[in-house]
Design a protein. Structure first.
Length: 129
């Protein structure tokens, strides 16, 4: 959810300069005349800049959650859209086995196994003597 000017600021954190036009060309469709493929150098510098943008430097560390919350606050909210539901990981719960009731499990007979595919004998074109 980054705008072009935010991407430029992130790239400048690692002293990598790109214009808005060049960034726009990266996000065009492949069949467009001005399409430009995002090279390894651009991606590497963007990722390094993003780390500095979110975490800060050793001398001046940041909390990534605060940075992301600031960006979310800057995004304009449309009136007719549903709010996004954030994924929250739930802790794993251990499932306990239900105690087998002695009378019900013995009375039931297992369902007969239904054969879906017929048994086929392959000859591979060879005759056996």
């Amino acid at each position: 959810m980054l705008r072009d000017d935010q991407i430029i600021e992130i790239l400048e954190l690692v002293d990598f300069r790109m214009s808005k036009g060049e960034i726009g060309n990266i996000f065009r469709s492949q069949d467009h005349a001005d399409f430009m493929e995002c090279g390894d150098q651009v991606l590497r510098n963007f990722l390094n800049g993003l780390v500095i943008h979110l975490r800060g430097t050793k001398e001046n560390p940041k909390n990534p959650n605060e940075v992301l919350a600031k960006h979310r606050a800057e995004i304009p909210v449309k009136e007719n859209t549903k709010p996004r539901v954030e994924f929250k990981a739930t802790p794993k719960t251990e499932f306990k086995k239900k105690p087998a009731s002695s009378s019900n499990s013995r009375d039931k007979k297992p369902a007969p196994k239904i054969q879906v595919v017929e048994k086929v004998k392959f000859k591979n074109g060879k005759k056996k003597p």
